[in-house]
Design a protein around this ligand. Structure first.
Ligand code: ARG
Length: 274
């Protein structure tokens, strides 16, 4: 049975991105990373530029932070901070390999004139684990961000934070298992969550799009939505068709090289909500 799709509107956004100038897979801190497999950095840069140009062509603003040598994962800008209403919660990384990125991103915000910034006490990996809906912040824990970071985020932003526990190491950040599509409309892969967290999601989001393992494994949930266009890995074709039926306009992109680091569209994109 087909419903008439809802009409959707795009809202113009501001994103922060980091060119993969120094990208490589030199260490493995998630199950997707294999340092013995070759990475084509030049191709990574080209694919990243296509993504940045696509955002601009959709009417979004793209800001850039300078990539630091020795920080191959800095391209995953989503992890660099969380920004709501001009307030910037800095990131603190779990793995020493990424530790330098937290202060580098916070410095960018301070240099840009953001006044309300917080260097966090607890480990949080930015929008990798903190996803903002209209009514709350969904917060992941289990692999990277510490549970204590959720209370820290709630206190700083003054928004209710809902803790969700991730249980499958392939979906180590919340943004690999759940996407905010629009307002309080989300999609997620249920098996990535503990039973209790799954029950919480069912209670809060009864209309959510439930995503299959196949679509989640090709990083279909690592997508960026502006309320109409859903920019996503082109490999998540089945999921794209389902989103189209709900009135969204999915746009597939090829990020094969950055995928080797365990990330895709959303990982490369930090939303500046200011
Ligand atoms: N190699 C990076 C890491 O494991 C990938 C980060 C992906 N970013 C994300 N927002 N999920 O930390």
């Amino acid at each position: 049975m087909s419903r008439t799709p809802r009409s959707r509107t795009a809202k113009s956004r501001r994103y922060l991105m980091c060119r993969p100038t120094h990208f490589e897979v030199a260490y493995a801190i998630n199950p997707w990373m294999d340092p013995s497999k070759p990475v084509d950095r030049e191709l990574a840069v080209t694919q990243w530029e296509v993504l940045a140009d696509l955002f601009k062509s959709l009417g979004h603003q793209v800001e850039q932070i300078s990539p630091l040598p020795g920080c191959p994962d800095m391209v995953y800008a989503a992890n660099g901070a969380t920004v709501i209403d001009n307030r910037v919660l800095g990131a603190r990384f779990r793995n020493p390999e990424r530790a330098a990125e937290g202060p580098a991103y916070l410095e960018w915000f301070r240099a840009e004139g953001y006044r309300q910034t917080l260097e966090p006490t607890h480990v949080n990996e930015g929008e990798g684990d903190l996803l903002v809906t209209d009514t709350c912040v969904l917060a992941g824990t289990g692999f990277r961000s510490a549970h204590e970071a959720h209370a820290e985020a709630q206190e700083f932003f003054g928004r209710p934070v809902v803790s969700l526990t991730l249980v499958d190491p392939h979906f180590y950040h919340l943004d690999t298992a759940l996407t905010v599509l629009d307002g309080d409309e989300i999609m997620y892969f249920p098996e990535a969550f503990s039973a209790g967290s799954r029950a919480v999601l069912e209670r809060l989001f009864p209309d959510a799009v439930l995503v299959s393992r196949a679509d989640a494994e090709v990083f279909g949930l690592n997508s960026v939505s502006d309320g109409l266009h859903v920019v996503m890995p082109q490999t998540a074709a089945a999921l794209a068709a389902r989103l189209r039926a709900r009135g969204f306009e999915p746009i597939g992109v090829d990020l094969s090289e950055l995928r080797k680091g365990g990330g895709s569209v959303k990982c490369c994109t930090l939303e500046l909500r200011d």
